[in-house]
Write a protein that binds this ligand. Sequence first.
Ligand code: BGP
Length: 462
Amino acid sequence: MVIQFAADFTWGAATSGPQAEGTFHKKHENIFDYHYHTRPQDFYHNVGPDVASNFYNDYEQDLKLLKQAGVQALRISIQWTRLIDDLETGTVDPAGADYYRRVFDAMRALGITPYVNLHHFDLPITLQRRYGGWQSKHVVDLYVKFARRCFELYGDQVTHWFTFNEPKVIVDGQYLYQFHYPNLVDGKAAVQVAYNLNLASAKAVAAFREINQHPDAIIGTIINLTPVYPATQSDGDREAARFAELWANDLYLEPAIHGRFPEALVERLRQDHVLWASTPEELAVIAANHIDVLGVNYYHPCRVQAPDVAPDSLQPWLPDIYFDEYDMPGRKMNLDKGWEIYPDALYDIAMTIKNRYGNIDWFVAENGIGVADEERFLQDEVVQDDYRIQFMTDHLRFLHQAIEAGANCHGYFVWTGIDCWSWLNAYKNRYGLIRNNLRNQTKSLKKSGYWFRQVSATGHVP
Ligand code: BGP
């Protein structure tokens, strides 16, 4: 079957400020900077975000390399901890503001469209310690001040805006499963954080509509969608999958696209006495401010079965009292990362968006494969990453099928362009189309980079 994408399909790459820039001249530490500086051995193999991929200093040549790899649009994030001087008043640091202006100018000069995200897990540490982070509605309002500054400063340069990357990961990592600082286990707090992130996103959308005058400007949010598959068609497994789907996906999709929370989930949380605190005014903001475009990060599906132990016998409340993970025999795994590889899910995601979410304009905002020790695949200084080409080809095949079936998907952004720092494994697993040789910070296209250039030029996936 021929896989030919339309000429106006966007071929992009995604990265984030904290994972690419390095901390040079930054005004504040975020939660990861802080955690690394106090616990360098945790997760990070003693490689911190301080230099990261040195994008702060190297952005001009990095952008040229991305252009060479066929990247037509680049998703980056503005770091709150770089742009804002006084976090309470939202005053801008002039050097931070100038930096992002220069980056957007350089992108425009090369014909690379900036897709700009405002929050990629990188909460200022002061706000975590002083207010409990995203549990606090004051933090929501401080974020909105930051978002306003971004719209005011760059409304003439940027047309594609995003309020958050993967709000679910903030909830999971910080408040449930202990993989992001401050590593809490608190189901009730997690529920409030999920609500507050939805509220913050809607408030930022409202600010955008008020400030942004550019006729082509659009705003969206980026959600990691994990389609949920039950182990069997038994009532128990299907019930478990239904709750997991509500908790993982609908909790973010419904407010962003339909302006309301999923009724079945709200009812469950109310009965369990963990429902978030909300006000009618806040719910009105959420109801009135829908996104224009959806970014979908997809890496792996979620497979669940009915829980072993009856939920009501378990205390304290955690969402996974309602489902157990299911380790399906024979599923294909990326062993370096521990994630299942299941490209078919992209088709299912597309159909969910088409059938349940109004076929909103969307794009794949992240998709990619993390592989350890890629130096072993070096030949004449080029990483021969055929596994990455295969991974993208398989996912693009299902995406193409979905578009043929009516999905309204306008682009595919690979995670990532240039090998970058990762929250949990520093530089152990590499994702880039472009190799970052950390020994001397030189960067060069991998085999997948040349492949992507060809695909982006022709729209044809061989
Ligand atoms: C997503 C994040 C990215 C990136 C990616 C790969 O969840 O949005 O920032 O890190 O996952 O995951 P990891 O770096 O943990 O291997």
